[in-house]
Design a protein around this ligand. Structure first.
Ligand SMILES: [Ca+2]
Ligand SMILES: [Ca+2]
Length: 396
């Protein structure tokens, strides 16, 4: 499990032989700390050796067999490989002096070369004690995570964990209950050395509530959003910025059911994912931005299982509830200028922008309604125009 780049310790090496009957190769990796539970063997043979057996033996330095595995070469391929997942506790027993013996089953004269790779890592790796229980579609109530190599200063954090999942005494994942509204839910445990962005590992858990109907709904729901921000859009490109996409109930009081923070790119696109809603049910889609008027979808929408839906605000002002958008350079845009996010653009906002423009305030500020990281007269003018037009939020 986990992300990132493995550091491969290459042992063995290439063997180029034109001799008769290569029966055995001995590869001496010397001392290796194999912290991986998975050891990769990879072999390339030139010639058709379909059906031939390749056997790998891990032997201790005294010659005794420690573990062995084998596989048969498939047809029509010159390449063969095998993953071997020993059932021993990784990071302990495999450490030491040992070697790999590779046996060929009657491989004929030819040119052979192969690598045996041990995958090890310089960064901490997480191992679930109950790993087998956490595979897809399984659900257990507790798992103790172990980290190898043993490090001090480890930090454990949960990411996107649903309610009921907690970390106990740092490294024990506890799932107290799973009466969730969704059928599937993924969450992550991240272990890092002192919060390091690189010296870390991620364990992914997938919880599946098999009591819930798998179809429709209760999966990840997504919307491909297109929206433009009036001040940020110059008719050619938009200055990128973060927005919050909110999914609300279709009925009074239109409760917030889920939300996602995404970046609208220069074309006004963003993909927003939601975990706590279902397909086949109607929702309002709401977009909030630091200095735009909160804008609601014209009417309720439905998500689809398995495919993102598309919602494009830019094609018509009628895409917004109350037709609450302004046309600018080819696209309909969210009104800019609600600097204090009180759902109206008025003199208060103009004053805030004006004050910052007097000192040419630079940086990521709410008063920068054009998104160019400077608050100046252009921001004042835009906010002032929308204030004169009494722009306010429109919602059901
Ligand atoms: Ca305002
Ligand atoms: Ca500006």
């Amino acid at each position: 499990m986990g992300y990132g780049v493995y550091t491969s310790s290459l042992v063995g090496g290439n063997l180029d032989s034109t001799g008769n009957y290569i029966k055995e190769g001995i590869y001496q990796p010397n001392t290796i700390s194999g912290y991986e539970s998975k050891i990769g063997f990879w072999m390339q043979l030139q010639g058709n050796y379909t059906g031939k057996q390749i056997r790998y033996e891990m032997r201790k330095s005294d010659g005794s067999v420690y573990k062995e595995t084998y596989f048969y070469l498939g047809g029509q391929t010159q390449y063969a490989w095998s993953w071997w997942t020993p059932d021993f506790n990784p990071g302990i027993d495999v450490t030491g002096d040992w070697y790999v013996r590779v046996l060929y089953d009657n491989v004929e004269k030819g040119r052979c070369f192969f690598n045996v790779q041990l995958l090890t890592s310089n960064r901490p790796r997480l191992y679930p004690t109950a790993a087998r229980c956490f595979r897809k579609s399984d659900f257990i109530q507790q798992d103790l995570l172990q980290v190898r190599p043993v490090r001090s200063n480890m930090e454990y954090t949960l990411l996107n964990a649903p309610a009921g999942v907690s970390l106990y005494q740092d490294s024990t994942v506890r799932i107290s209950s799973f009466s969730q509204p969704y059928r599937e839910r993924e969450f992550k445990v991240i272990a890092s050395i002192g919060g390091s962005a690189t010296l870390r590992d991620t364990m992914i858990y997938k919880l599946i509530d098999t009591t819930k109907n798998p179809n429709p709904g209760n999966y990840l729901e997504s919307v491909e959003l297109k929206a433009k921000l009036q001040g940020f859009w110059d008719g050619n490109e938009m200055n990128e910025d973060t927005v919050t996409v909110i999914v609300r109930s279709p009925l009074i009081p239109y409760n917030i059911l889920d939300s996602a923070r995404v970046v609208l790119n220069k074309n006004g696109y963003a993909l927003a994912n939601f975990f706590d809603i279902s397909s086949g049910i109607f929702y309002y889609l709401v977009v909030k931005h630091r200095n735009s008027i909160e804008t609601w979808s014209k009417s309720v929408i439905q998500f689809e299982t398995g495919n993102p839906i598309t919602y494009d605000f830019t094609t018509s002002k009628t895409k917004a509830y109350g037709d609450n958008m302004i046309y600018k350079d080819g696209d309909y845009c969210f009104y800019s200028g609600d600097v204090n996010q009180n759902s109206s653009i008025d003199l208060t906002d103009v004053t805030l922008v004006y004050n910052n423009s007097n000192i040419f305030a630079a940086g990521y500020l709410a008063t920068d309604v054009t998104g160019d990281n400077i608050t100046d007269l252009s921001d004042v003018v835009l906010t002032h125009n929308n204030s004169n037009a009494f722009v306010v939020r429109r919602r059901p």
